[in-house]
Design a protein around this ligand. Structure first.
Ligand SMILES: O=C(O)CCC(=O)C(=O)O
Length: 214
C-alpha cells in the first residue's frame, strides 16, 4: 500500500506461527471465559460480575467483561499473547517488520512493543471508528504505531471484516491481505473494522510506543 499513514507486507508471519497464535488463543482461559459469560448473562448481571472480578483483584478479567458488553461498539474477543520463551520468535518477527516499516515510512523513535493481543471476530463481529493513540495517560511512552497481522485467511476463512483507515478525506480499505500479511499504521489514525459477514476473522494486533513526538 503506497500511503504515508499505512504500510502493508504480504507475508510477515509464516503459516506455522499464524496457526500457533490461534491455537494459543483458543486454549487461553481468559477469552473463553469472556465468550461464554457474556453470551449467557444479562447486561446487568455481567456488569456486576465485572465489578466483583475487579474487587477480587482480577481487574483485567473484569474489564474484559465490561468491555464485552458494549457490542455496538466492539464485538470481539481478545487474548493477551505474553512475551515468553514460546512466543519470542513471534515478537522478534513483529518487531523486525515494524522496524522495516518505520524506517521506510516514519522514522519514529520507538522504545518498545506492548503485549501482543489476539482478536477473534465472530460472524457479526466488528470494531467501530477509534484511535489507538491518546487512550491512556502514559506520559513517558506514547503509542505511535499500530499493527494488524492477519493470522487466518481473508480469502477463504471469512467475508467482510475489512480494516478501514481514515485519511482525513477518504476511508482507505486495507485490501488484498493474505494469511500472514500485516498492516502497520500510525496510531493517531481513526480506523475501524467492518462487520464480518461470514466465518471468523482472527488477527494479531500490536502497539509500539516511544517518547512523545516533538
Ligand atoms: O482488528 C483489526 O484489524 C484492528 C483492531 C483494532 O483496531 C484495535 O485493536 O485497536
Amino acid at each position: 500500500m503506497e500511503f504515508t499513514l499505512a504500510c502493508t507486507y504480504e507475508k510477515m508471519l509464516p503459516d506455522e506461527m499464524c496457526d500457533r497464535i490461534i491455537n494459543a488463543a483458543e486454549q487461553g482461559k481468559q477469552g473463553v471465559d469472556m465468550k461464554s459469560t457474556v453470551k449467557e448473562a444479562t447486561e446487568k448481571a455481567t456488569n456486576e460480575l465485572g465489578k466483583i472480578l475487579k474487587a477480587q483483584g482480577k481487574g483485567e478479567e473484569g474489564k474484559l467483561l465490561q468491555e464485552g458488553l458494549n457490542k455496538d461498539y466492539r464485538n470481539v474477543l481478545k487474548w493477551d499473547l505474553p512475551r515468553c520463551k514460546e512466543t519470542e520468535d513471534i515478537y522478534q518477527q513483529v518487531i523486525h517488520f515494524m522496524n522495516l516499516a518505520n524506517k521506510d515510512k516514519w522514522n519514529y523513535d520507538i522504545a518498545g512493543v506492548e503485549t501482543l493481543q489476539v482478536l477473534r471476530y465472530p460472524t457479526g463481529g466488528h470494531y467501530e471508528w477509534h484511535m489507538d493513540a491518546g487512550t491512556d495517560h502514559d506520559e513517558v511512552y506514547q503509542r505511535k504505531l499500530s499493527m494488524t497481522a492477519y493470522v487466518n485467511s481473508p480469502d477463504t476463512d471469512y467475508e467482510g471484516g475489512e480494516l478501514l483507515i481514515n485519511t482525513g478525506h477518504i476511508d482507505l480499505e486495507v485490501s488484498g491481505m493474505k494469511k500472514g500479511g500485516a498492516c502497520f499504521f500510525t496510531s493517531f489514525c481513526l480506523h475501524k473494522v467492518k462487520p464480518v459477514t461470514k466465518g471468523v476473522r482472527w488477527v494479531l494486533v500490536a502497539w509500539f510506543r516511544g517518547p512523545p513526538l516533538r
